[in-house]
Write a protein that binds this ligand. Structure first.
Ligand SMILES: N[C@@H](CCC(=O)N[C@@H](CS)C(=O)NCC(=O)O)C(=O)O
Length: 244
């Protein structure tokens, strides 16, 4: 199967963590895709679009060998977890533990997406940036982190899909400051660990997992050209036609 994703390993990808935990890492062909390059003036020659596979033209997008495309990170992690070979499931069986994990998944995915929205707002000229936008989003992120401080369980075996998403959201908050140099008018130096000792200890413990060290802070090695991306899009389209 092919995973179209953005190969910035300075943050932790929930989908990569899940693939590793599921024992499917070696089954995946990684296809780097830079979704925002399609729109940035200086990179107009780069064609990383995957709209032929996913109408939203978003990463992550997973293409199975049959040509079937699974998109939306929540669908992808569920696919990987269901088809895993490691025996370790990140989605608990139906019951309170499942609803708790799914709620933390929703919480952290939304915190991540809101952080992306703030980063994008920060790309506008300073005079055009909307302060109320940040004032609307930040309290949600702060309350979300506070609730993780209360709810996040430590211990190797308690790792679930909600925690995979928490790794993603927290690492992206760091990434935004260091990588995008995001000029955040409210919390430019936000540190989730400040005043949240439980979450800090959980983070320090959890980033040691092999599913995190598999990619976190490691350079992507491989072809990340637009030509490679488009060749892989074509392979998926051929697989789709063959299986019709
Ligand atoms: N809800 C989606 C969100 C994915 C998403 O927003 N991806 C961003 C990159 S972080 C993207 O591909 N943006 C390109 C675009 O929106 O055109 C998921 O969880 O998969």
């Amino acid at each position: 199967m092919k995973l179209f994703y953005s190969p910035f390993h300075t943050f932790i990808h929930k989908v990569l963590v899940t693939a590793h935990e599921a024992g499917l890492w070696d089954e995946i062909e990684f296809v780097p895709t830079y979704p925002f390059k399609n729109r940035q003036g200086e990179d107009q020659d780069d064609n990383y679009t995957i709209a032929a596979l996913n109408p939203l033209d978003k990463v992550p997008t997973l293409a199975l060998d049959s040509g079937q495309v699974v998109f939306g990170s929540q669908s992808i992690v569920e696919y990987l977890d269901t088809n895993g070979t490691s025996g370790h499931r990140l989605f608990p069986a139906s019951g309170p533990a499942r609803w708790d994990a799914l709620s933390r998944l929703a919480l952290c995915d939304t915190m991540f997406e809101m952080t992306v929205m703030m980063v994008m707002e920060g790309w506008n000229p300073e005079a055009e940036q909307r302060l109320p936008y940040y004032e609307w989003i930040w309290p949600k992120i702060i309350r979300g982190m506070d609730s993780l401080e209360q709810r996040c369980k430590r211990g190797f075996d308690s790792f679930d899909i909600g925690q995979a998403s928490a790794l993603h959201a927290i690492s992206y908050l760091y990434f935004r400051a260091n990588f995008y140099d995001a000029k955040d008018p409210l919390y430019p130096d936000f540190d989730f660990a400040e005043g949240r000792p439980n979450l800090k200890a959980w983070w320090e413990e959890t980033i040691q997992r092999p599913s995190v060290t598999s990619h976190y802070n490691k350079d992507f090695e491989g072809d990340d050209s637009a030509e490679f991306c488009q060749a892989k899009v074509q392979e998926v389209l051929v697989a789709q036609r063959t299986s019709e």
